[in-house]
Every structure is written in C-alpha cells, then in structure tokens.
Design a protein around this ligand. Structure first.
Ligand code: NAP
Ligand code: ZN
Ligand code: ZN
Length: 349
C-alpha cells in the first residue's frame, strides 16, 4: 500500500476535509497515476450529500481525472511511465457480460465498479476512492490516453461531462444539419454545445439563466431560449431533432418535448434527486417522439471521444480551484455560479 493525500467527506453534511488514504501497490495489469487535475461534477455533489441514496463514508469523490503515469505493472502494454492519462467514472466491470463484451462497461450486468464510493473487487471489499487525491491505481483497461494537444486541465472534465454528452449524440447519429437542443448550461451542457457543433449540428441552448445568453453564443450556440420566456418557447416548437437534458434539479420536461420535431428524441442525462413531473403521453404520441436516458459511455467510446475532442480542439471552459476551496465550489455549483466546470488543482492537496 502507498499513502495518498485526499479530500474526503465523513458525512452528508461534513463538507470535504484533508485526509490520507491508501492506494494498492500496482498489480501486473495496473497503472499508478499521479493525479494533476480532477473536475468537479454535479454527481459528486449528489453523492457526497447522499442526495441519491445514503453514501458510505469516508468518501473521496472525483471521476474526471487527468495525471501522469508513475509506475506500471509487469503486464501493462498500453501505457508507459510519463504518459498523460485519464480516468473517468469507471475503474472496473465484470468483463464477461454481453454489455462488457460489446464495450458498454457502464451498463455491466454484474454492476460496473464506479471510480468512487462502491465496493472495490480489487481492494478486499473496501470502497473505491476517487480523484480528489494525489494518486490512484487503476487497471489499464479502464485508463484512457489523453491525446497530446489537449490541455490536461481542460481535458479532465471530458472524462465525465464529455463522454456523457458525446455518447448519446453518437447513439442518435447526430450529423451535419441536425438541430440539437441542450437544456442547462452547466458542466455537461457547455461541453454538449461544443461537441454537437463539432458534429455539424445547429444548437439551441435552453437556460433558466438569462445572464448566460451571451456566453452561450460565445460557446457556439446558434440560438438561446430562456425557458421562462413562453413566447420564445412557443417559437421553438417542433424545431429540434434531439435534445440532451443536463439539468441537475427537478423540472417539467413537457415544454421541452414540444420543441421536438417528428421522430425527435429527448435524452435524460441530469439525474435530480427527486421525482420529476410526468411526461405527457400525448406529446410523445403526436410526433412519434422518444424519451430516453443515457449513462456516461464505455471505455472504447471514451477514448474515441477524447480523439474527437483533440481533432476539434474541444476542452472544457474551467475555473481552477484549490483543495481548500472545494466546499465553496460545491455551493457555487449548486447556485449555477460556474463557467462552466470547476477543476481541482491536485498540487494543492
Ligand atoms: P451543473 O454544472 O451544475 O449544471 C446543471 C445546469 O442545470 C445548471 O448550470 C443550470 O443551467 C441548470 N439548472 C440547475 N437548476 C435548474 C432548475 N431548477 N431548473 C432548470 N435548470 C436548472 O451540473 P453537471 O455537472 O453538468 O451535471 C448535471 C446533471 O447531470 C447532474 O444531475 C449530474 O448528476 C448528472 N450527470 C449524469 C451523468 C450521466 O451519466 N447521465 C453523468 C454526469 C452527470 P442554466 O443556468 O443554464 O439553466
Ligand atoms: Zn460526473
Ligand atoms: Zn459486465
């Protein structure tokens, strides 16, 4: 075991405090990574505060990790000491089920192993601990190459926000000329705008924050609709082919569904802790709409996304924070006061 510096929550209300955790010695197939940057995802907030379900503490969050390889096991073939690498939301899965074999490890039928807060098959039943930490040891099959040319700090959020938005856009086969809506201009939403634009789509941003309109255009949006503006919502009726919903709080989907054209689809990505108002079946039926969901992406698709972002010069717009600022950053994220992703500078741990 080696010791790593980390910031952990000890209860749903404790906030994040400095601590030390143990990382396993790299096994034959493992890569040891000195973490440089870790994005702050709203899922970290939901989990740390036990908003989805009671979490097990102490808990070190963080699943948007970029760092440098410091040691490799004897059987590692894909990585070398000194490589810049990433780790996203998954550190293991069963590797045998149909989903794993098809490259959809996130949907592992025996339960994927998340980067933090779940039983770690490799750690004697202890919990996985995430990226608000100075190092991590991960099986090479769950480690990503960060292409040269991507700023490492700006690339960190791609490991969750990037793949979570790229995967459904690919699944829906979004291409040149399609009209894509993005609900919520936060961490996921702003990356979704960039990726959808790079795929050739025209992009409409739906926001609750009128003050974000200029910034949305600057990110590449073709139009911006403030969702409380009923006339603007009416103007957008039946104009879109696909919508990604990235909102972290309860909201009514029906006004957004009415902006889809025939055969359109709304994909739920945001996971509010409470039930949402029901979707009106008539709205779906009248335009043959689909309402679905999507969870992050598989490992091969995450690597594909990183290459796509490198090719198109896409990284997240970030605000760097020190470890001592994590609690404040969470408050600001919940208040929607971040443009557009906080990233922890792990050298401040
Ligand atoms: P974030 O940075 O906090 O962004 C969420 C955005 O939602 C806000 O910036 C805000 O945008 C909008 N919003 C917030 N409260 C709202 C309200 N009451 N009504 C309408 N809009 C509201 O969060 P994030 O990190 O992008 O994550 C977003 C959600 O996705 C979270 O629930 C997270 O857990 C989930 N998530 C899911 C996956 C997955 O695999 N499906 C992966 C990662 C994250 P405006 O100011 O523009 O309205
Ligand atoms: Zn995330
Ligand atoms: Zn599996």
């Amino acid at each position: 075991m080696t010791q790593a510096k980390a910031y952990a929550a000890t209860s749903a209300t404790s906030g994040l405090k400095a601590t030390t955790i143990e990382r396993r010695e790299p096994g034959a197939g493992d890569v040891e990574i000195a973490i440089e940057f870790c994005g702050l995802c709203h899922s970290d907030v939901h989990t740390v505060r036990s908003e989805w379900r009671p979490a097990t503490y102490p808990l070190v969050p963080g699943h948007e990790i970029v760092g440098t390889v410091t040691r490799i096991g004897g059987a590692v073939v894909g990585f070398a000491v000194g490589d810049t690498v990433g780790v996203g939301c998954l550190v293991d899965s069963c590797r045998e089920c149909d989903s794993c074999l098809e490259g959809f490890e996130q949907y592992c039928e025996n339960g994927n192993v998340g980067t933090y807060g779940v039983a770690d098959r490799r750690n004697g039943g202890g919990l996985t601990q995430g990226g608000y930490s100075s190092s991590i040891v991960v099986d090479e099959n769950y480690v990503l190459e960060v292409p040269a040319g991507l700023d490492p700090a700006g690339a960190a959020p791609l490991l969750c926000a990037g793949i979570t938005t790229y995967s459904p856009l690919r699944y829906l086969e979004v291409q040149d000329g399609d009209a894509v809506g993005v609900i919520g201009l936060g961490g996921l939403g702003h990356v979704a705008v960039k990726i959808a634009k790079a795929m050739g789509a025209t992009v409409t941003v739906f926001t609750t924050s009128p003050a974000k309109a200029d910034a949305a255009f600057a990110l590449g949006a073709d139009s911006v609709v403030v969702s409380s503006d009923a006339a603007a919502m009416a103007d957008a009726r039946h104009t879109l082919n696909a919508i990604l919903d990235t909102v972290a709080a309860v909201h009514d989907l029906n006004p957004y569904l009415r902006t889809l054209a025939r055969d359109g689809a709304l994909i739920q990505l945001g996971l509010p802790p409470e039930q949402m108002p029901p979707v009106n079946p008539g709205t779906l039926i009248r335009k043959r709409l689909a309402y679905g969901g999507s969870m992050i992406g598989g490992i091969a698709e995450t690597q594909e996304m990183l290459h796509f972002c490198a090719e198109h010069g896409i990284v997240a717009d970030i605000e760097m924070v020190a470890a001592s600022e994590l609690d404040e950053a969470y408050e600001r994220m919940v208040a929607g006061d971040v443009k557009y992703r906080f990233v922890l500078d792990a050298s401040t741990l």
